[in-house]
Design a protein around this ligand. Structure first.
Ligand code: GLN
Length: 276
């Protein structure tokens, strides 16, 4: 078997350095534009010099800590393969809870707004599951909106994308459901300078304050941006449920409640705008 065949490279420890086999396989699929199955059925395929170089470069970058999703430019979320770039947060499995709740809370044929959409993951998953919804999504970052737009086109979702600093530049209208996964990590959290987070857009991760400033703005603004009886659904950090519920209650939201993710952690808090 040749030294530079797929099979040999996947077996050799030198090529992959310290990478887990799964990650080497993902990088190889990307460089060779082959599926997981093709890597097996075409295991004798010999990599060209340029393919070898490209693979080695990605392996080196991964060893330095760059997230695999940025290296291969995609990540699966809610069953959809999404483009991701360093301009957007990498969609997390935790956030699928927010999508599931959005699907439950949004009435038939209603409007939904996703604030700080990033890659468009939440908005696109909602629109993809529910053709009856009219989905709007905004982000302050033009670069993120370009990624979201691309993902919406790929998955043939008609969502309205707008550049806006939360509600500031949105048209004068109200939505029946508002969802958001805002930046919620506290300013000095050591995790921001560790692991994958080092490579993600800092403004998508932290509010550069106590981790709650986005919620203060989103909750205060939702009072006039939700239709009567509309629901606000907010993802938050593992220790923020109580603080977010308190903010919702302070702004006269009713039926305030938190929902747990698959790890049993309170991950999304919801509240309903009361009828006047
Ligand atoms: N869930 C992300 C993390 O803890 C944070 C994303 C966010 O701030 N919305 O890694």
């Amino acid at each position: 078997m040749s030294q530079h065949s797929i099979a040999n490279l996947l077996n050799s420890t030198t090529a992959a350095g310290t990478l887990p086999a799964l990650e080497t396989r993902l990088l190889m699929m990307h460089v060779l534009n082959k599926t997981r199955i093709q890597l097996i059925t075409q295991a004798d395929y010999e990599l060209s010099d340029s393919e070898l170089n490209a693979l080695q470069l990605l392996i080196d970058r991964r060893v330095q800590g760059e997230p695999i999703a940025y290296l291969i430019g995609q990540r699966e979320f809610f069953g959809l393969m999404l483009q991701v770039t360093p301009d957007v947060l990498i969609p997390r499995p935790d956030t699928e809870l927010l999508v599931e709740l959005g699907l439950q809370y949004a009435p038939p044929n209603s409007t939904v707004l996703d604030l700080g959409t990033g890659s468009g993951a939440i908005a696109i998953a909602l629109a993809h599951q529910r053709a009856d919804l009219q989905v709007w999504a905004c982000d302050i970052s033009q670069a993120a909106l370009a990624v979201a737009q691309n993902n919406a086109v790929t998955h043939q979702c008609k969502i309205t994308l707008l550049k806006s600093d939360w509600y500031a530049q949105l048209p004068d209208m109200q939505w029946q459901t508002i969802v958001s996964n805002p930046p919620y990590i506290v300013q000095h959290d050591p995790h921001l300078s560790q692991g994958d987070l080092r490579f993600e857009p800092i403004n998508a991760l932290t509010d550069h304050a106590d981790g709650l400033s986005a919620y203060r703005q989103l909750i205060a603004g939702a009072v006039s941006r939700l239709t009567e009886d509309g629901w606000l659904l907010l993802e938050h950090g593992y220790d923020q449920a109580q603080a977010v519920r308190a903010l919702l209650t302070e702004h006269q939201f009713i039926n305030v409640q938190s929902w747990c993710d698959i790890a049993g952690i309170e991950r999304v808090s919801v509240g309903q705008r009361h009828s006047i």
